[in-house]
Design a protein around this ligand. Structure first.
Ligand SMILES: Nc1ncnc2c1ncn2[C@@H]1O[C@H](COP(=O)(O)OP(=O)(O)OP(=O)(O)O)[C@@H](O)[C@H]1O
Length: 573
């Protein structure tokens, strides 16, 4: 594959020592491409968003290119960002083979295969300090839509990234398929939103004659690459759901694999595990607020369970039978957030669908709209959202007609909104509208139930119910600082189950995102003698230097206290 790419480069008249083309598309054209690839962009941005914690300090950048090789979206390690920009790993640059010679994005688009291009395999010498993995992206109809790529300097690359880009590409393809299904009104929006969260589920749609109209990669692996257009013969393990359209005619079906990959219902309070008092009080408050229609603001670091809480509140509310629509405000590029939230009229802008599109707010009518990462919403979108909340109507982009909407808002952020207001990045009036009831979720490092939670999560992983945690592993779990919170705990355990091969999980199986964080954290833990000295000083202060009283507080004898005072050189001032 690489040799073929090199041959193509020679046929373009390139030689390895040539300077790499460094043109960027003008902003106007980039904007048009972003609008043209609106759906693809939203899905990729949402998936990249989940990568953000892992990208920190990784020296890596994730990119989406369109089918012509133009970079449409990037997410990178902030430390690598400026270097990446210099290297043209940025929006508007073109990484087609015809522009940048052999590189993973170019080859993946040309060969329509996943590929890794390491150092010297790049055609141009100038690019050889890079190493990149890319996977092509296909539309549900099987057409090339672009590619996902992860790049790093050659010393930073990990072979695992090749699997990761394939996984991302599959996830995005599933999301695209489900999006199309939505437009065909095959299943209700509410059901779809649940299904969106599932990534590797084989999905296909059938027409009234049981013929396959669309199939994602996972389904194609089971049914054959050329399954589209063929009759679907029921397979063991598939379940078929008949969908009734608005005329009450049964006309199409969605087939998914068996119970465990079937659509999951929304989370409910009983899924929230942990006995830590701070979590329990947040849960109790959320249960209480679920009975009302008040707005809720969920605060907490990434991965602390904000979406889990939002879904649970919705499931326990009177709106439970209506849609729960989640919008990740940071994942939607500013240019399209209004059309995403408010919908658009047919032909409202270049690339808009002729029949228009319903926005997320309207889709959540009578149900709950979950605005995740609200702190990242642009000021323009904040102003528009505030209007909706005040007037309870939406006006789709390009339309003059407003539609009444009835939604309950649950917003979430990991930012300090009051600080954002001070910095003029967040509107105070919107903050007070959203605030309603504020619930703060504790970060994992401040929770006392990490091991209990880990055991609960192990129980939910298929095939890992019997797996236990050794005492050393439990200590290691307690000592780590968990920057990615419960989501990180889940992924660490998932990997540990795999590494432990059925044996109890030991500390060696627990591989944290950055060991360095663990060390940093351990350095912050005061040693026992330091704690002991502090306790003695405190008790003496409280007891006004009455030794018997201080000894009682410390639950040690007076003699021991005297001895320790000498040892730590503690004297009455
Ligand atoms: N207390 C809990 N019990 C069981 N699972 C939990 C708990 N808290 C979080 N999780 C799980 O951890 C993962 C991350 O949770 P969730 O997506 O709700 O976090 P979040 O705060 O919304 O993250 P982000 O801010 O990054 O969107 C999910 O798989 C969720 O089910």
């Amino acid at each position: 594959m690489i040799q073929r790419s090199w041959n193509r480069c020679y046929s373009f008249g390139f030689t390895p020592m040539d300077a790499v083309e460094d043109e960027l598309l003008p902003d106007r054209q980039v904007l048009e491409l972003l609008q043209e690839n609106h759906a693809l962009l939203c899905h990729v941005a949402a998936v990249f968003e989940k990568l953000t914690p892992s990208l920190r300090k990784s020296g890596q950048i994730a990119l989406l290119v369109d089918r012509q090789g133009v970079v449409l979206h990037t997410r990178s390690d902030p430390d690598f960002d400026s270097q990446a920009k210099k290297l043209h790993l940025r929006v508007g640059a073109n990484w087609h083979e015809k522009k940048k010679g052999t590189n993973a994005m170019g080859v993946a688009l040309e060969e329509k295969m996943s590929v890794r291009i390491h150092g010297e395999q790049h055609f141009f010498v100038q690019n050889r300090f890079l190493t990149c993995a890319a996977s092509p992206l296909f539309t549900p109809a099987g057409e090339l839509a672009g590619a996902i790529n992860i790049s790093a300097t050659r010393d930073q690359f990990h072979p695992f990234l090749s699997s990761l880009v394939q996984f991302i590409a599959e996830s995005v393809q599933n999301r695209l398929l489900l999006e199309e299904v939505k437009h065909e009104h095959l299943i209700t929006l509410k059901e779809l939103e649940h299904t969106f969260n599932r990534l590797h589920t084989p999905l296909l749609t059938l027409d009234g004659d049981n013929r396959i109209i669309r199939a994602n990669q996972a389904a194609r692996r089971i049914l054959g690459k050329d399954c589209v257009g063929k009759e679907f013969r029921e397979k063991k393990g598939f379940v078929i759901e008949s969908i009734v359209d608005h005329t009450r005619k049964i006309w199409r079906s969605v087939a998914v694999l068996t119970k465990d990959t079937a659509r999951q219902p929304l989370h409910t309070f009983d899924r929230i595990a942990g006995s830590c008092p701070s979590l329990q009080s947040a849960k109790a408050l959320a249960q209480k607020v679920a009975e009302t229609d008040l707005s809720v603001l969920l605060l907490g670091e990434t991965g602390t369970g904000k979406e889990l809480f939002a879904q649970s509140i919705h499931s326990a509310s009177l709106r439970a039978r209506h849609p729960f629509i989640a919008v990740n405000c940071s994942a939607i590029p500013e240019t399209i957030i209004e059309s995403e939230l408010f919908g658009y009229e047919g032909g409202a802008f270049t690339g808009a669908k002729a029949e228009g599109n319903i926005g997320k707010i309207e889709a959540a009518h009578q149900g709950t709209l979950f605005l995740d990462e609200i702190g990242d919403m642009s000021l323009r979108a904040q102003a528009a959202l505030l209007r909706v909340l005040q007037e309870k109507v939406v006006t789709p982009v390009g339309s003059v007609k407003s539609k009444p909407v009835d939604v309950r808002i649950i917003a979430a952020t990991n930012k300090d909104l009051r600080e954002e207001i001070k910095a003029n990045r967040f509107r105070a009036d919107l903050y007070y509208r959203l605030k309603g009831i504020q619930i703060t979720l504790p970060p994992l490092r401040k929770r006392s139930d990490v091991v209990e939670l880990a055991e609960h999560l192990l129980g939910t992983m298929s095939g890992s119910a019997a797996i236990t945690l050794s005492a050393e592993a439990q200590t290691k779990l307690r000592a780590y600082s968990w920057p990615g919170n419960v989501r990180e705990l889940y992924s660490v355990l998932n990997q540990a189950v795999f590494l432990a091969e059925g044996n109890p999980i030991g500390p060696e199986h627990l591989q944290f995102e950055t060991e360095e964080r663990e060390e940093e954290h351990q350095q912050k833990v005061p040693s026992l003698p330091v704690l002991e000295k502090e306790a003695i000083e405190q008790s003496l202060r409280l007891a006004r230097w009455n030794i018997s009283k201080a000894a009682r507080m410390l639950q040690i004898s007076r003699n021991t206290l005297y001895r320790k005072m000498q040892e730590y050189k503690i004297f009455q001032p």
